[in-house]
Design a protein around this ligand. Structure first.
Ligand code: SF4
Length: 382
């Protein structure tokens, strides 16, 4: 039986960062009711029973991920209550990867990390965003560089060495030098994983409404920042394994890899999405609806070949003949390979006997290239 990942969305933040459009609220009075609702759902699965069936609890859970929002603001007692409910209702592997996203500005992080580690948390993803204090302020982040370093030390003291730092590139007024300062800091901490995101200005955010006042790097500059980052991290021990993710060997995120490998996961909580029994479904962006036990929305069937191509091409190893054969019984279609050749000529793709993969330059144009590659599938009627 295939293993399962569990994702819990913790939609609480101290305040709203000016660039963020993730679902989150600031009302602390909802902390306890939300924890109770999550624990009750883990036990009864009444909200998503129509999608998951009763057999789901027999599957071995080998990754658990608390994302947000700000799980570190929600408190260790709530995280641990949810973990306890998982242990009582699912079969949690002894070797499960259990990740909690942390914001270095959250209070009492030392105690938080110790108590989470005692209950099995063995990985954190820390929202550093930049090691330059002034840049973090522009992103609405109050913790300074010393606080980030202190949080890393606290995690290690608690026994959590599997630490990922988030980095944002394309911050207003960012330069190649200030980005390098962040990259140097990141490597100097010795963490084994980094996630790097290009800042995108989402509709309705503060940054969107004030776009004209922001000195944002233009597209070419942001692209050069991305290439600078990929090159530097690859040369300094954190190898790119996905368009936005870099790791020392053996520290690739096992939970997030589920998404790119089309493996199944159950997401609980407002705004959490799932892929179970070949179906995709998601809870809407409303805590109240989750508290009121409103069922998730059906998002259709997942796992087809087009989706497989799109997800695999996010990975540095790309789309391989072997993976295609194993999952769908055929090699990469020749029409797709033929279409890919023009991109290989421009060094945006690499094609070899294993399959095809994006170069770092190709990752920057991946949306338009993928849409063209997928069009070629119609020629072979797949
Ligand atoms: S802490 Fe994270 S989730 Fe919360 S508002 Fe800021 S960026 Fe968004």
């Amino acid at each position: 039986m295939e293993t399962l990942g569990l994702y819990f969305h913790i939609p609480f933040c101290k305040s709203k960062c000016p660039y963020c459009d993730f679902y989150s609220v600031t009302d602390k009075t909802l902390f306890a009711p939300y924890k109770d609702a999550l624990c009750e759902e883990i036990k009864s699965l009444r909200r998503c029973r129509d999608f998951v069936g009763t057999n789901i609890k027999k599957r071995i859970v080998d990754t658990v991920y608390f994302g947000g929002g700000t799980p570190s603001l929600w408190g260790a007692h709530n995280i641990n209550a949810v973990l306890q409910a998982v242990k009582e209702n699912f079969t949690l592997s002894d070797k499960a990867e259990i990740t909690v996203e942390c914001n270095p500005s959250s209070p009492d992080l030392e105690d938080f990390l110790l108590r989470c580690a005692e209950n099995g948390v063995n990985r954190i993803s820390l929202g550093m965003q930049s090691a330059v204090d002034n840049e973090r302020k522009k992103l609405g982040r109050s913790a300074d560089r010393a606080k980030i370093l202190h949080t890393i030390q606290c995690a290690r003291k608690a026994g959590i060495d599997n630490i990922s730092l988030d980095l944002i590139i394309g911050i207003p007024d960012q330069t190649a030098e200030s980005l390098q300062e962040s990259l140097d800091f990141l490597i100097s901490t010795g963490v084994p994983h980094a996630s790097v995101y290009l800042l995108s200005i989402e509709d309705g955010t503060f940054f969107d409404k004030n776009r004209h006042k922001l000195n944002l790097p233009d597209e070419d500059t942001a692209a050069s920042f991305y290439l600078q980052t990929v090159d530097f991290l690859n040369k300094n021990g954190l190898s790119q394994y996905e368009v936005s993710n870099f790791a020392k060997s053996g520290f690739e995120s096992r939970h997030n890899s589920r998404y790119w490998e089309q493996k199944e996961y159950l997401g609980l909580g407002s705004a959490a999405h799932s892929f179970v029994n070949g179906k995709r479904f998601g809870f809407d962006r409303s805590i109240q609806n989750f508290l009121n036990a409103i069922a998730p929305e059906d998002m259709g069937t997942g796992g087809d070949f087009e989706e497989f191509v799109m997800l695999k091409m996010r990975l540095a190893k790309g789309l391989t003949h072997a993976d295609c054969k194993e999952k769908f019984g055929f090699h990469i279609p020749s029409a797709l390979l033929k279409r890919a050749e023009q991109y290989e000529k421009h060094k945006l793709l690499t094609i070899d006997e294993n399959g095809l993969s994006f170069t770092p330059e190709g990752f920057l144009l991946s949306n338009s290239i993928l849409s063209d590659l997928l069009d070629s599938l119609q020629e072979e009627d797949i």
